[in-house]
Design a binder for this molecule. Structure first.
Ligand code: UDP
Ligand code: XDX
Length: 215
């Protein structure tokens, strides 16, 4: 059985090590792919310190394209999608994502929910916008069946979830208690982070609008 973790990363040099420490230490993960999506910091240099396969976009193409690049180049029974900026990741969170797919062969995807991760604003956002969470486990057959996701940027989660709903596929939402992430404003400073957040919402809305033309 082949289990692959995909870590899309755009300017995550200060944060990615904590995630790779955990992923590269889990025995049942066969390979960890880091997709450096055109970073201008030392994301790739940090990733190279680990036993990972590093793919690099020479320019920033967005999260959807980063995931697409790795899915195209690999085949696996299960794909774990894990962000590079998580805080508090443990092997238990990875187990929680993958176990529901082991237990029920009808479930094609799990989508984690951050709970009690120490950031009230993140916990609150997760309560209502749980569909946006990027921590997922996809059955390999489902990942390979997906139409092109390279245009979606931050709409990638919405696209994949809408596609699963359109096909009436079973999805589950395991709790990832204790896990959270850096907010954009924390990573980039308030103003740049806030503008980047608005851009993310635009990309999500764009994906909603364009969905039917891409399936
Ligand atoms: O153009 C992009 C934007 C983001 N990411 C990565 O996608 C994940 C989720 O992005 P981010 O943390 O910015 O989203 P948030 O969780 O803050 O909404 C992170 O590992 C990013 O480094 C990427 O590969 N390309
Ligand atoms: O949950 C959310 O509302 C957003 C933004 O999180 P924050 O408001 O910065 O905590 O984060 C997610 O959304 C992105 C788009 O779907 C995903 O790519 C990220 O993985 C996810 O953490």
């Amino acid at each position: 059985m082949e289990i692959i973790a995909l870590v899309p990363a755009f300017n995550e040099a200060p944060r990615i090590a904590k995630v790779l420490d955990i992923l590269t230490d889990i025995d049942y993960i066969n390979s960890v792919y880091v997709i450096d999506d055109g970073s201008i910091d030392k994301t790739s240099e940090v990733a190279e310190q680990y036993n990972v396969i590093l793919l690099r976009h020479i320019q920033n193409l967005g999260k959807g394209a980063a995931l697409q690049t790795a899915i195209r180049l690999t085949s696996a029974d299960y794909y774990l999608f894990i962000d590079a900026d998580l805080i508090g990741l443990t092997a238990k969170h990875i187990d929680a994502l993958i176990e529901p797919l082991f237990k029920d062969d009808k479930t094609v995807m799990s989508i984690g929910t951050f709970k009690r991760g120490g950031k009230t604003s993140v916990n609150l956002a997760q309560k209502y916008f749980y569909i946006l969470n990027g921590q997922r486990c996809l059955r390999g057959s489902f990942a390979k069946e997906l139409p092109d996701i390279s245009w979606t940027r931050f709409g990638v989660e919405v696209f994949i979830s809408k596609y699963a709903a359109m096909k009436n596929y079973k999805v589950c939402y395991p709790d990832l208690t204790g896990l959270t992430h850096y907010r954009k404003e924390e990573k980039m400073g308030f103003m740049r982070g806030f503008l980047y957040r608005l851009q993310m919402y635009r990309e999500i809305l764009h994906t909603y609008k364009e969905f039917q033309h891409h399936v």
